[in-house]
Design a protein around this ligand. Sequence first.
Ligand code: LLP
Length: 415
Amino acid sequence: MNPFTYRDNQLYAEEVSCSKLADAYGTPCYIYSKACIQSNYQAFADALQNWPTRICYAVKANSNLAILSLLAELGAGFDVVSGGELERVIRAGGDAGKVVFSGVAKRADEIRRALLAGIYCFNIESGDELDRLESIAKEMGIPASVSLRVNPDVDPSTHPYISTGLKDNKFGVEIDQAWDFYQRVAQSSHLHAVGIDCHIGSQLLDLAPFQASFEKIFELVDRLHGQGIRLQHVDVGGGLGIPYGPEDAAPSPQEYAQALHPFMQDRQLELVIEPGRAIVGRAGLLLCRVEYLKHTTQKSFALVDAAMNDFLRPSLYSAWHEISPVCKEAGEEALYDVVGPVCESSDWFASQRKLCIRQGSLLAIRDAGAYGFVMASNYNSRMRPAEILVDGDQSWLIRKRESVEQLFADEMIPS
Ligand code: LLP
């Protein structure tokens, strides 16, 4: 569903006008649609209902407590990659028993906390990590459930920064090492093998790389089974993309499930998936205001009050995001580079976009619900933006705009 639509040339978030939200909460601010998140989650739940499935939402995509609490209510489990994310899940009322803990370099304190909280399993990425987990589990007297993250060496054809399933990436262990790993787990009285996992990358718009990784991982599951190692689940990671640009087309959860069908049918396995972007990406936008228009001999700039510190994707990955006027005005359009106030030329949101705007116009940077606020920083000592959740004709402030006091609350000047 698209929760952001025009009525009388005004952009609405569900039933609320975005310009009213800007008046009420100020800009820049993130706006999220509750109905869209629910419907995206439900699409996965419906598509995968034929198999016992755990949908472990990837917390890194958007970790606001209100969003996590909404997903917990829908029955989601969670994929976390740090102690901080685990604390967020617990604080939001999520069930630690439905948490998978991913990440290549888990610290000892994070492992201890996760064992105490009783998470479902640790996704293990190296022999050193397995050793550490075993010794902590032994010391605490709490057995640990583990899954091995394998690196299937499949090219996901996505931006190199978010490609994770190739041999030269730091992620996972090579398939050939899987047998030794499970042997070691079987010999330990403190470890229990529950599954196997992989995650080949993010923002995949094609099912072929997923299928290639399914082939490798399910073949490995069969081989292990033949050798007496019976796993409870296969975790196929996240990565399903969303259409950012007008020419993009992303597979639906239904199509994704069809791709899984030949692998899941007739195998007595539970499925785990870790979607992030596909659940929250299209459910959010970043609202900002044009501070100035600047015309040079080369081009025209729309200087807005949001910056790369608020939303990093265009600067970091050259990501394309649609930019929509909040109020469609009659008048002539011109080409603008939409840029922020930060002192770097990489501080841009879009280049050469046709817009009819003036000083004070509001703009919406679309599809910013995933990897938006979570990647925000205080660079240039800018306060991070507010976050708002819209539900029908209601809106809730789910994170206050940062204050000057918060900006340096934890700093000290030595006497
Ligand atoms: N599972 C693991 C182990 C992951 O590393 C990730 C994402 C996910 C699940 C969720 O992937 P998703 O379904 O959201 O594609 N900041 C980048 C994306 C980085 C993704 C990192 N890992 C961006 O803005 O595109």
